[in-house]
Design a binder for this molecule. Structure first.
Ligand code: UT7
Length: 346
């Protein structure tokens, strides 16, 4: 940078942030949820698919999932969840500096879902962008929000995880159609007097890309007459085995990074992929009996990135956990990509 190009107010070698404010702590101030009106029970699916209520409940714990109507889009559901988070925090949209959307099912692609959500909210002059980390999307977007606040770029960030998985799921594929669901969860993250979002432990392994993900590209669909899809496909048992063997150590590292022990936790909120899997991970972690384990999946199914904030919202609605209590969040899925952090509950 030449002397001439130094921004106004700056000089070569001058500070770019007030020293003590360089790492401003952040916390989730409130969460909001949007669950589409139409619930789909297992019995309804068994009328069109070779499946049964007994199989789905035994293998996944899911009894019901949600199906978005045409008007319930990634954008409208995300904005509705964000409005609830703002209302719960007692903040107006004018307080928001940036909207970060976590989604893998936004078929619009550009402009980003976040920009559209900001417009729907009436948020003016806010930063807005999407994060793509599949079912770990909320964890990643939350850490981005924490970092934006820590670095002084924002005071309030709306993290909006919104998924319309029904756009990506082959209705004839019983290995995914019984599991995935639509919905949105949002968190208003704000600067706070003490840290409420711990450091993230994360990772990815692209060699497992074929285990879960979109089977075709949009370009293939465009160029191939009669092509159906693209659809999200999953080799469930492989993903199951990988997650229960690898994720407990990732979760433990996040607890350690937060300077806590498992006994300090009040809640465990993993990605709501499958209740059997959630229980297996909780068991391998050796969670003490007092830790509440989120089971939103039973009534909501697997909403990918939206599943963690939806599960936190339910814990709040049920008064199952106290505000300020530490909760371990763990996201994992397609990619594979994963991440975990400990938060203080809103
Ligand atoms: O959100 C991203 C992260 N997602 C995950 O991590 C998901 C991880 N995986 C899972 O949750 C489980 O693997 C599933 C729920 C997807 C499947 O459960 P599973 O116990 O691993 O079943 P399976 O795939 O091994 O299938 C057992 C049997 C098979 O039949 P055979 O070969 O034993 O005759 C399947 O064909 O069940 C059959 N099957 C079904 N039967 C009735 C598979 N899907 C269904 C179904 N209804 N929906």
């Amino acid at each position: 940078m030449t002397a001439e190009s130094v921004p106004k107010g700056g000089t070569r070698g001058s500070r770019i942030a007030a020293g003590p404010r360089l790492a401003i702590p952040a916390r989730i101030l409130a969460v909001g949820a949007y669950r589409p009106g139409r619930g789909v029970a297992n019995a309804e699916l068994s009328r069109t698919l070779d499946t049964s209520d007994a199989w789905i409940v035994k293998r996944t714990g899911i009894r019901r999932r949600c199906a978005a109507s045409p008007g319930e889009t990634v954008v409208t559901m995300g904005a509705a969840a964000a409005e609830k988070a703002l209302a719960a925090a007692g903040r107006s949209v004018d307080a928001v500096d940036c909207v970060v959307a976590a989604t893998m099912s936004y078929t619009g692609q550009s402009p980003s879902a976040a920009v559209q959500i900001a417009r729907e909210l009436g948020a003016k002059r806010v930063g807005a962008f999407d994060v793509s980390a599949a079912c770990a999307g909320f964890n990643y977007a939350l850490d981005v929000a924490r970092s934006l606040i820590a670095g002084g770029s924002a005071r309030h960030v709306l993290v909006v995880a919104s998924e319309r998985m029904s756009d990506l799921i082959d209705p004839g594929d019983r290995t995914t159609a019984v599991i995935f669901s639509d919905g949105a969860g949002a968190a208003l993250v704000g600067a706070y007097g003490e840290p409420g979002i711990g450091p993230m432990t994360w990772g990815s392994d692209g060699s497992l890309a074929g285990v879960a993900g979109q089977d075709l590209t949009w370009a293939h669909f465009r160029d191939t007459p009669g092509c159906r899809g693209p659809y999200f496909r999953m080799r469930g048992p492989e993903l199951y085995r990988w997650a229960i063997s690898e994720m407990p150590a990732v979760a433990l590292r996040a607890v350690d990074a937060a300077g806590l022990d498992l006994a300090d936790l009040a809640a465990f909120v993993p990605h709501q992929a499958n209740l059997r899997m959630i229980e297996a991970i909780a068991d391998r972690l050796g969670l003490p009996g007092h830790v509440v384990v989120a089971r939103d999946v039973e009534d909501q199914g697997n909403t990918s990135a939206a599943s963690i904030p939806l599960a936190i919202s339910r814990l709040k609605e049920e008064c199952a956990v106290a505000s300020g209590a530490p909760a371990l969040l763990l996201g994992f899925g397609a990619g594979v990509a994963y991440g975990a952090q400990v938060i203080r509950l809103p």
